[in-house]
Design a protein around this ligand. Structure first.
Ligand code: 4NP
Length: 159
């Protein structure tokens, strides 16, 4: 079992989209239950809420139903999960500060590290942006998730 945690600020736009998109891909490509997937936010403003209606409707148009409830990041997650994926460098550096040991730090990655088209780019916060920003976020996340899926298949599927 490989466990994957996507992390953003509010857990109502970017990381829930990544959770939903990666879960959808995993259901099609992997033998279940190979992966455990969750998301969370570094802020607690939206805990318990469904994802923002703008990302939900944009995702639904791509056949993805986002239904997780926002949860707040806990330091213990860094022990529990195998991969901790940050949407941008601000989130990445906050997570690195929480990680005390080298083996914990090694689990933390910028999500786009796995992307082909958007390699090492930040997924921009769409919260105060228009519709186009949400489409770009989904485009970027889809490509990151495709790369992550290839990585998981290569390094974990046969174990
Ligand atoms: P997310 O977007 O980090 O992709 O979920 C945000 C959602 C809410 C806020 C910031 C970013 N906020 O400030 O409430």
């Amino acid at each position: 079992m490989v466990s994957i945690l996507f992390v953003c600020l509010g857990n109502i736009c970017r990381s829930p989209a990544a959770e939903g998109i990666f879960r959808h891909m995993a259901s099609q490509e992997l033998e279940f239950p190979l992966v455990h997937i969750e998301s969370c936010g570094l802020g607690d403003w939206h805990v318990g809420q469904l994802p923002d209606v703008r990302i939900r409707s944009a995702a639904l148009e791509r056949g993805i139903n986002l239904s997780n409830r926002a949860q707040h990041f806990r330091v213990g997650f860094l022990e529990e999960f195998d991969y901790v994926l940050a949407v941008d460098r601000e989130v990445l550096s906050d997570l690195h500060r929480f990680a005390k040991q080298a083996n914990t730090k090694a689990k933390i990655h910028l999500m786009s590290e796995f992307s082909e088209l958007y390699k090492n780019e930040e997924i921009p916060d769409p919260y105060y942006q228009g519709e186009a920003a949400f489409e770009l976020v989904l485009d970027m996340i889809e490509d990151c998730c495709r790369g992550l899926m290839e990585h998981i298949k290569e390094f974990h599927q046969k174990r």
